[in-house]
Design a protein around this ligand. Structure first.
Ligand code: TLP
Length: 346
């Protein structure tokens, strides 16, 4: 099977498994897991924050950040197609008692002017904005890198109004590789940043929430409250340390494969392909089968992919490249899609 559903399907490499097996471990709820401590220190160092916390998933990292930054009854500014708003089960309402204030961006990106309109005047009967969230790279926008200049304008405006800004940086290292800018520059000024180890970096489990010492101390309490206090996490942390050492630069291969895939698909009649900036290829089927139909047919041919944006766009398909996908897989996928569009199911 050529599995292009997500970069979450990556399997630990032999080198990563060996590092996991060697890991020194202890009980992390007692703060006694040395490998987890080392991973948290390394993450904070790479991102340029004071501290970091290992969490089981990206969703939990984002939601802990929301809980730490806000009070019940406040609003959280999110982009309409963001992961936090669409694919996290309304958790900000469930756990933090806050409501989303949704801004429609242009392919995932909203402007400082839009944010200015969302920051209400200080009237006692309006819910104040407690947090702004951005997503880099933007998943549903096809792995788009958030333009840094706009992010800086947003940070400046939000901070001038006393509102913190969280970054869902699940794939922030893809942005580093795509822009050539060090990750600490891409996240400078954010009040918290979540990044995932279990996507393109290839780890089996885990994300990091990074921020000030004070924020991370509170995040540790919220993580425990959510049932995310884990014990001998060193084995998972060892995979993370390995990935931060050996799997960042190789993301460039995934980006090259995504470009090759997009180029191949864009030659096919009836497909509108979004030019990929990183490892996510999104295309729309203008003529031919629906997205779920095409995905079902490709499954029968040995290619796994999904309708984009959790199936909300019936004609949009997402394919994600990662360390389990080779150039040959990409070439074969283009051939198989071409075959399905030409002579469906034969
Ligand atoms: N994204 C998954 C699915 O949930 C859609 C994927 O396959 O891409 N932020 C962003 C930008 C994400 O893309 C994801 C996962 C998360 C947060 C949540 O991470 P996990 O799955 O670890 O909770």
């Amino acid at each position: 099977m050529i599995d292009l559903r997500s970069d979450t399907v990556t399997l630990p490499t032999p080198g990563m498994r060996a590092a996991m097996a060697r890991a020194e471990v202890g009980d992390d709820v007692y703060g006694e897991d040395p490998t987890t401590r080392a991973l948290e220190e390394r993450a904070a160092q790479l991102l340029g924050t004071e501290a970091a916390l290992f969490v089981p998933s990206g969703t939990m990292g984002n939601q802990i950040a929301i809980a730490c930054h806000t009070r019940p009854g406040q609003e959280v500014v999110v982009e309409a197609t963001s992961h936090i708003y669409n694919v996290e089960l309304g958790t900000m309402a469930r756990f933090s008692g806050v409501q989303p204030r949704v801004l429609w961006g242009e392919r995932g990106v909203f402007t400082a002017e839009q944010l200015a309109d969302a920051l209400h005047p200080d009237l006692y009967y309006l819910s104040p904005v407690g947090l702004v969230c951005l997503e880099n790279t933007h998943n549903a926008a096809g792995g788009r890198v958030w333009p840094l200049a706009e992010a800086r304008r947003i940070l400046e405006l939000a901070h001038a109004r006393g509102v913190p800004v969280h970054l869902d940086g699940a794939r922030i290292f893809n942005a580093q590789v795509a822009t050539g800018l060090p990750v600490r520059e891409l996240v400078a000024g954010f009040d918290s940043v979540m990044f995932c180890l279990s996507k393109g970096l290839g780890c089996p489990v885990g994300s990091l929430l990074c921020g000030s010492r004070e924020l991370i101390a509170e995040a540790r309490r919220v993580r425990k409250a959510l049932g995310g206090g884990m014990r001998q996490t060193g084995m998972l942390a060892a995979a993370g340390l390995y990935a931060l050492e050996y799997h960042i630069d190789r993301l460039a291969e995934d980006h090259t494969n995504a470009r090759l895939l997009a180029e191949g698909l864009s030659q096919l009649p009836g497909l509108q392909v979004w030019p990929p900036e990183t490892n996510i290829v999104v295309f729309e089927i203008e003529e031919g089968p629906s997205a779920p139909e095409l995905c079902a047919r490709l499954r029968g041919r040995g290619v796994l992919c999904s309708p984009a944006a959790a199936g909300t766009h019936p004609r949009r398909v997402r394919m994600v490249t990662h360390l389990g996908i080779s150039r040959e897989d990409v070439v074969r996928t283009v051939d198989l899609v071409a075959g399905e569009l030409r002579s469906p199911g034969e």
